[in-house]
Design a protein around this ligand. Structure first.
Ligand code: ADP
Ligand code: MG
Length: 600
């Protein structure tokens, strides 16, 4: 017999399993969704590899998932003809939590310490232990000559691996769940079929469940035939005619026929017509595909036709990712398909600018080659067209969300991704104007509810020609700034820019408006800011004051020396006796603060 080796899980796996078993008990059915989604991933990989290496498919052409239940043995078996796992892969994949979904969950747990969070994540393979007290994994990867058998009991810190004597898979993975006593009812094709329809509708491979079906069969009803014959005989005798045999009477009987039956549509949702796809289906697809828990805030589904054809579904997620958002990080947000074959989710940077990395979606093009590489993508005109469309549709989707009657969804969106839009204003000159309409800031007239620039403009005084802003590290600091007080006293609204990126955003924007009127965005803390609606009288008063205060100015300049560039009399202050301002062309104090904090 092959030697069996015993291994101990990584400590985090133990912890994860405890959490799963303790917090997901009432939602145990998720195990099936998780195992089916793993099977689907493995099938994707096999299909992708076979594009360049057809031998991957040798001996087992069908790409599918098969599920069967054995009531007597109390087992449930999920088998896929995907890429399978070599011995090393079994060790690293089913003994650690180096994987995306669960890693996310563990990080969120560390951050928030709330095990209820678990419902928000794909908890992965280990969810099998929710319903099984023993799990067996048999797997065959084309690169490993041997088939392997992994096995573990629920609650154990260890698992075993040995060569599989059965060795019948050719390629793929078979997972056998030895069901817990209180989960025995799952060994039922009807239950399984219902769960598949509920959770795994979007799996792009056939899911076949071994199940019984009553099939009609015509049989001779001997009793009825006999009666008919007797009646016919009798009639014939009455007429003294010879009797002929009657046609047999048939009846329908039902046989229980067990067979592999297809239970999902396996037609990718993006290939359907949008009018045939329900809101719930879009949301479910989003959650299933991206391991998200919340419904998305918005989606757009479109087909582009013409010289370049592709279809796509894009989503605005309902919440920001838990990981500290790093714009340089690959986000795996866009899944690229070519003719329905999953190619990669690592090309998303080529398909979307960084600032839109939070937009999730699928893109399916029939114009790209199946063995498309990053090099091909980067050179490709097709990709440039696709990218442009994705950006346009993403922005439209956000515009639509912003225009919704109730502002709640946009507020949620802005809290999660507003910073990205500000980066967009800085980076994406082509779409800057559109993006600027999406901006929201707090202001002296709207401290709690953020205001759009359009709303600001609608509140402007008739003579006002600029949009004023004050950058500081908090609303309180902005409100208390000496420059702001005179403005506010005169009823002029001042935007409070409190995020580091804000200033770069508005200085890049520089102007805001439409074709007819453009307003300058003006930093109130800079030198030379004039209030546009000053009358002649005010000007005269200011000049008089300047004259009168000349000695003070000279005294201050002398005392402060090199530390200031110059000292002037200003009419921009109300209660404060003096204020430090930065020169028109220099960095603002806020910017200096940011630069200093970044240098350190
Ligand atoms: P995730 O799917 O988020 O990576 P899982 O816990 O669901 O995490 O799965 C862990 C890993 O085990 C997968 O990443 C994959 O490498 C491997 N795996 C699980 N199921 C299968 C399968 N049916 N075929 C091939 N590999 C699998
Ligand atoms: Mg998984």
């Amino acid at each position: 017999a092959p030697t069996e080796e015993t291994f101990t899980y990584q400590a985090e796996v133990d912890r994860l399993m405890d959490i799963i078993v303790n917090s997901l008990y009432s939602n145990r059915e998720v195990f099936l969704r998780e195992l089916v989604s793993n099977a689907s991933d493995a099938l994707d990989k096999a299909r992708f590899l076979s594009v360049t290496d057809p031998s991957v498919m040798a001996g087992r052409e069908e790409l599918e998932i098969r599920i069967s239940a054995d009531k007597d043995k109390g087992t449930l078996t999920i088998e896929d003809s995907g890429i399978g796992m070599s011995r090393e892969q079994l060790l690293s994949n089913l003994g650690t939590i180096a994987r995306s979904g669960t890693r996310k969950f563990m990080e969120a747990m560390a951050a928030k310490g709330d095990s209820n969070l678990i419902g928000q994540f794909g908890v992965g393979f280990y969810s099998a232990f929710l319903v099984a007290d023993r799990v067996r994994v048999q797997s065959k990867n084309p690169e490993d000559p041997k088939q392997w058998l992994w096995e573990a009991a629920a609650g154990s810190h260890q698992y075993t691996i040995k060569e599989d004597t059965v060795s019948d898979l050719v390629r793929g993975t078979r997972i056998t769940l030895f069901l817990k006593e209180d989960a025995a009812e799952l060994a039922d094709p009807v239950r399984i079929t219902r769960l598949i329809k509920q959770y795994s509708q979007f799996i792009a491979f056939p899911i076949k469940v071994y199940s019984p079906k009553k099939e009609p069969r015509k049989v001779v009803d001997t009793e009825a035939t006999k009666r008919k014959q007797e009646a016919a005989d009798k009639k014939a005798a009455e007429k003294s005619e010879p009797s002929n045999p009657v046609d047999p009477v048939l009846k329908t009987e039902y046989d229980e026929v067990w067979d592999w039956r297809l239970e999902n549509e396996n037609k990718p949702i993006w290939t359907r017509s949008p009018k045939d796809v329900s809101e719930t289906a879009y949301n479910d697809f989003f959650k299933a595909t991206f391991g998200e828990f919340l419904d998305p805030l918005a989606h757009v589904h479109f087909n582009v036709e013409g010289t370049i054809e592709f279809s796509a579904i894009l989503y605005l997620p309902g919440m920001a990712p838990f990981e500290q958002q790093n714009m340089m990080q690959r986000s795996k947000s866009i899944k690229l398909y070519v003719k329905r074959v999953f190619i990669s989710d690592e090309f998303d940077e080529d398909l979307m600018p960084r600032y839109l990395s939070f937009v999730k979606g699928v893109v399916d093009s029939s114009d790209l080659p199946l063995n498309v590489s990053r090099e091909i993508l980067q050179e490709s005109r097709i990709v440039r067209v696709i990218r442009k469309q994705l950006v346009r549709r993403s922005i439209e989707m956000m515009e639509e969300l912003a225009s919704k009657e109730t502002g709640e969804d946009y507020k949620t969106f802005w809290e999660a991704f507003g910073r990205n839009i500000k980066y967009g204003v800085v980076e994406d000159t082509e779409n800057r104007e559109k993006l600027s309409k999406l901006l929201r800031f707090s202001s002296s007239k709207s401290e709690d509810n953020l205001t759009s620039l359009d709303e600001y403009v609608s509140r402007m005084k008739p003579t006002q020609k600029s949009i004023y802003y004050m950058a500081a590290d908090s609303v309180q600091a902005a409100r208390a700034a000496p420059f702001v007080e005179a403005m506010v006293a005169k009823g002029i609204e001042v935007l409070y820019l409190t995020e580091p990126i804000d200033e770069a955003c508005v200085t890049n924007l520089a102007k805001y408006g439409d074709k007819d009127v453009q307003y300058d965005l003006v930093d109130v803390s800079k030198e030379g800011v004039t209030l546009d609606e000053e009358g002649d009288e005010e000007k005269a008063a200011a000049e008089a004051a300047a004259k009168e205060l000349q000695p003070v100015v000279e005294f201050l300049k002398k005392s402060l020396g090199e530390r200031v560039e110059k000292v002037t009399v200003s009419n921009r202050l109300l209660d404060s006796p003096c204020a430090l301002v930065t020169s028109k062309f220099g960095w603002s104090a806020n910017m200096e603060r940011i630069m200093r904090s970044q240098a350190m």
